[in-house]
Design a protein around this ligand. Structure first.
Ligand code: ZN
Length: 295
């Protein structure tokens, strides 16, 4: 779906970002979850990552997940890849869109992917040459646990470089939940608003950051069903912005997402049962604001 002025493109990252932080669950259950998300109207999903199963056991079987999916004709299925080899595996499995992370924080980049930022830019250039659209996800764009605030000019410059070497789109990620509305506005003033935002609730600011970004003109957001997630490489990174919390807010604003909140809550219930614990989403816990208690 092309996001217009009164619509928002919600990229569901729960099957990847959400589940990677959990104990492994079966491929058929991951496929069931994605099917439930499609059923709720989700049309843009990061389904898996082609990483080493030794490094991230929960993401084993990525090719099996992709081949078992029956996406609606208008759905976009994205795989996260760490490098050229992962991108080739994803292409072989039938994936047609990729996301690749690079960090605005040099120290985080070294720890997360064991490459310098320049090496990561080169890697993304090589991946883009395969011909699949690549979304470059700039982690720690709103702050780094190692270096604090990254200069907004440096974030914007990295974004420009990534587009120059062939990335189709940019997403700015708040990997460790350091963004605030003030910081979001500062970063967007430097980067422009033709970016996706990947927000975390680590400090309880994910939804208010999304609102600030939406008001500034951002129309693409990454969210995770149930609010599951976090990086296995970043301590304290837990808690993506929950899809149902964002959809609940956008519904109230009259913004079109194509997602049915009740069916999304059913998918949220499914993911809670699959991971075996309650999910952090507030709307999953309390229900939509218009759902009244029985008399
Ligand atoms: Zn995340």
């Amino acid at each position: 779906m092309t996001a217009g002025a009164d619509s928002v493109d919600v990229r569901e990252v729960g099957p990847r970002d959400g589940l990677q932080a959990e104990a492994p669950i079966a491929v058929r259950d991951r496929v069931r979850l994605i099917a439930a998300l499609f059923d709720a109207g989700v049309r843009h999903v990061e389904a898996c990552s082609f990483v080493s199963p030794k490094a991230v056991p929960s993401m084993a079987g990525a090719a099996e997940v992709v081949s078992a999916l029956r996406p609606p004709a208008d759905a976009r299925v994205v795989a996260l890849v760490p490098n050229l080899r992962g991108a080739e595996l994803a292409g072989d499995a039938g994936v047609r869109e990729l996301s690749v992370t690079i960090s605005a924080s040099p120290a985080y980049n070294e720890k997360n992917v064991r490459m310098s930022v320049d090496e990561s830019v080169e890697s993304i250039a090589a991946i883009a040459k395969l011909g699949m659209p690549v979304d470059a996800v700039v982690s720690c764009a709103f702050g780094s646990p190692y270096e604090g605030d990254i200069a907004v000019a440096a974030v914007a410059e990295l974004g420009r470089r990534l587009l120059d070497v062939g990335a189709a789109t940019l997403t700015l990620a708040d990997t460790t939940g350091m963004a605030t509305p003030r910081r979001v506005e500062e970063v967007l003033a430097a980067t422009g608003t033709d970016v996706g935002l990947h927000l975390h609730e680590t400090r309880g600011t994910g939804l208010v950051n999304a609102y600030a970004a939406w008001q500034a003109g951002v129309r693409r957001f990454d969210t995770s069903v149930g609010g599951l997630g976090g990086s296995p490489f970043a301590a304290g990174a837990a808690g993506n912005l929950a899809t149902e919390d964002l959809v609940h807010l956008l519904d109230d604003l009259g913004v079109v997402t194509g997602i049915d909140l009740d069916r999304l809550l059913a998918a949220s219930g499914l993911v809670a049962s699959l991971v075996g614990h309650a999910v952090p989403s507030r709307v999953a816990g309390a229900g939509p604001r218009t759902r009244l208690a029985p008399a």
